[in-house]
Design a protein around this ligand. Structure first.
Ligand code: ZN
Ligand code: ZN
Length: 369
């Protein structure tokens, strides 16, 4: 990422009004008349250094060179067959661009960098429009990213506009997939929650859970994130028993998922397979941690005895999560807490795996690798 100084060095002043064909050049960020050009790709323009810098940090750094073949006009007198081949190649590159910008926007959103997510989300929308047309269902992921980014920034009317576009697009395509519908309803649920329309939020999350379970299965981690969001709404409504029962569904789904991950990880370790990849990336790890910590806190606020077992289960989840994420101290902390709690209400199915985990963490902490 260039500093402000570097960013301005990478720009040069160009003819502000027109390119060689007399077409006005527009700023990549705000679509106003451009006065600056990216000197690395020479096909991207900006109205000022601030917008250039925002775009660089948001997405341009990743795709600067990819834009060159997409945005360079074809030579005028090329053969027809050459032109077709070129068009096919450009299409492939455009699809790649849509994919990359979606991934970048998504990962910025998961890190809570809403402002930085905007350039990537906007580019993904513009490019999807170029490739698929203005009312294609392929535009929906970009609308949702823009909706989520604006929600994160507190611009609810903007968010609502993008989500209405997404809703409208999905409504006109009855054959559009379950995965898209699940994502749409999840975003709508978040918007209703932010606006305080809790009943509407519950309805959207119920749809989200329905479509997610059709696509990924009832006990998948994707579906259970929908239960988690519903539970949070019930907490806001003060309906604690139903919130607890949904939280407990989420906890048990994650417990079996993490147990499987943990077992396959330790199996690999026994077979000395070095797995270089952590099972979660940073953003996923943060999202799961947020869910489990919320459930843990909710359980601890409730001193009824039947929650002790669940709190132990969630602490065990967090211990496994941190173990897999490579933070052994946190794994040790949550593991010890899980063991303490599980002894209050003896349950060998839980106590034994916790003890195994703790032994493993202690062994690893004392043996330098
Ligand atoms: Zn601009
Ligand atoms: Zn560039």
């Amino acid at each position: 990422m260039p500093s402000k100084h570097q960013a301005s060095r990478e720009t040069s002043t160009i003819n502000p009004l027109a390119n060689s064909k007399g077409v006005k050049r527009l700023c990549e960020v705000c679509q106003k008349a451009a006065h600056l050009q990216c000197t690395k790709c020479c096909v991207t323009f900006y109205c000022d250094t601030e917008h250039q810098r925002a775009d660089w940090v948001g997405i341009h750094e990743r795709i600067c060179q990819l834009l060159v073949p997409i945005r360079t006009p074809p030579p005028l007198y090329s053969l027809l067959s050459d032109r077709d081949a070129r068009r096919a190649q450009t299409l492939l590159k455009q699809e790649q661009l849509i994919e990359i910008s979606r991934e970048v926007a998504q990962s910025k959103l998961s890190e809570g960098k809403y402002q930085e997510a905007l350039p990537a989300a906007r580019l993904s929308l513009r490019c999807a429009m170029d490739v698929y047309g203005p009312s294609a269902v392929q535009l929906v992921p970009a609308y949702l990213l823009l909706g989520e980014a604006n929600m994160g920034l507190g611009s609810l009317p903007q968010a609502e506009e993008y989500l209405s576009q997404a809703e409208w697009t999905v409504m006109k395509k009855p054959d559009c997939g379950q995965a898209v519908r699940h994502q749409l309803h999840r975003s709508l649920g978040r918007l209703h929650t932010a606006k305080g329309n809790l009943e509407a939020a519950l309805l959207s999350f119920a749809n989200d859970v329905y479509y997610a379970s059709e696509e990924y299965g009832l006990h998948s981690t994707v579906t259970c994130s929908g239960y988690f969001l519903m539970a949070n709404v019930f907490v806001k409504q003060g309906k604690m028993p139903i919130a607890h029962s949904l939280y407990s569904e989420v906890a048990s789904t994650w417990h079996s998922h993490l147990t499987k991950q943990f077992e396959s990880h330790t199996d690999d370790a026994h077979k000395s397979i070095v797995s270089s990849e952590a099972p979660f990336d940073k953003a996923q790890q943060a999202e799961v941690e947020h869910m489990l910590t919320t459930i843990l806190d909710a359980g601890e606020k409730d001193s009824r005895q039947e929650d002790t077992a669940q709190t132990a289960l969630v602490a065990h989840c967090l211990a496994m999560l941190w173990y897999l994420g490579g933070d052994r101290l946190k794994a040790l902390g949550f593991g010890s807490r899980a063991l303490q709690l599980s002894k209050l209400e003896p349950n060998h199915n839980l106590t034994e795996p916790i003890q195994d985990l703790l032994q493993l963490v202690q062994k690893r902490t004392h043996t330098p690798q």
